[in-house]
Design a protein around this ligand. Structure first.
Ligand SMILES: *Cc1c(COP(=O)(O)O)cnc(C)c1O
Length: 353
């Protein structure tokens, strides 16, 4: 498909790498493409970054039909820019679309528009240690009608934002609260889809945890509130004895690409990795008898985020003296090494722009 490019008449000044936060500054352009149930995808275009104009009855504003992705472009030491496993984001977006009755994008087309957009905006990829260009593809139902049904019109957009190093002052373990009231997702629901609605429903627990001084919540399953699911916007892993345990993908957990990458690296290095049910009781026992050696969250933003303290029903447990453990550190070094091109990518995960 032809991508029509309209360049911004004036380019913005690039920000200072030391002042970058997360998702506050945006690049000069954005990618957009529309879909109609009769025409399919049409009008692929790159336009100057601007506000969207949508009808007040647009489906997304009333019934929340929205999905998104998150991935990064990394500046390598040789100056080139690369993506990390972008095909995985494209496939996951299509799985999310299927669940939300939004249109899927053929993989080749999705890859072409993503790489064309990143190529155009690549000067925005910062080069300071730990910084990157965060890419946010998203899609929303855009019918101009209040009727409730699968949508006939949708819009796909990609925006980009230079982001700072997640760990400015070194890797600090986070404190996590196990949430036993609200649930994030249920089997049969939208837990495995990356959709805005999942976040809307999880904000209340996040706020409660923040008020008590916790960075994020650890969700339990929505049926029995007994099994560990995931953390905020990260999947979660535990080192219990010599076994690495991570909740299996049951339908209510987001299948993270960082999770998948961690599992592959761990297996490669000879670790025993179990994707299985992990009850909060088993975790509590491991905390009490000292077999819980390490715990970490994993996701694109932080790569891995060591968990230094867990709170369950107002009881606080410290993990690994509140310090980052050796397995967590190894995963961080390996994944960031591949992402920024500092170590050889023997997996074929990176895609040069
Ligand atoms: C995006 C996301 C993750 C992490 O996925 P990655 O592909 O590793 O970035 C985990 N949990 C939730 C709820 C998410 O939205």
């Amino acid at each position: 498909m032809e991508i029509k490019i309209t360049k911004a008449p004036v380019l913005k000044e690039k920000p200072d790498s030391s002042t970058l936060g997360f998702g506050k500054i945006f690049t000069d352009h954005m990618f957009m493409m529309d879909w109609n149930s009769e025409k399919g995808w049409y009008n692929a275009r790159i336009v100057p970054f601007e506000n969207l104009s949508i009808h007040p009855a647009s489906t997304v504003l009333h019934y929340g039909s929205e999905i998104f992705e998150g991935l990064k472009a990394y500046r390598r030491a040789d100056g080139k820019v690369q993506l990390f496993r972008p095909i995985e984001n494209i496939r996951r977006m299509n799985n999310s679309a299927e669940r939300l009755c939004l249109p899927q994008i053929p993989e080749d087309l999705a890859m072409e528009v993503l790489t064309t957009f990143v190529d155009l905006e690549q000067d925005w990829t910062p080069s300071a240690e730990g910084t990157s260009l965060y890419l946010r593809p998203f899609m929303f139902g855009n019918d101009e009608s209040l009727g409730v049904h699968a949508v006939h019109n949708a819009t796909y957009v990609i925006i980009a934002s230079p982001v700072g190093s997640y760990y400015k002052e070194g890797i600090n373990p986070v404190k996590i609260m196990i949430e036993d009231e609200d649930v994030r997702a249920v089997r049969g629901g939208t837990g495995y889809a990356k959709c805005g609605g999942n976040y809307a429903a999880s904000n209340r627990a996040g706020e409660r945890a923040a008020q008590k001084g916790y960075a994020q919540v650890l969700w339990l399953d929505g049926v029995e509130r007994k099994y560990i699911e995931e953390v905020g916007a990260m999947n979660v892993m535990f080192k219990i004895g010599d076994e690495i345990v991570t909740p299996m993908l049951s339908g209510s957990i987001l299948p993270g690409i960082t999770r998948k990458s961690c599992i592959e690296v761990l297996k490669d290095k000879g670790f025993k990795v179990s994707e299985r049910l992990l009850s909060v009781d088993e975790l509590g026992e491991a905390l009490q008898n000292g077999t819980l050696k390490e715990a970490w969250g994993c996701g694109t933003a932080a790569v891995v985020s060591p968990i230094g303290e867990l709170c369950y029903k107002d009881v606080k447990y410290t993990i690994n003296n509140g310090e980052i453990g050796e397995t967590t550190q190894m995963l961080y070094d390996t994944l960031t090494g591949i992402q920024w091109g500092k170590i050889e990518d023997t997996y074929g995960w990176t895609k040069e722009i």
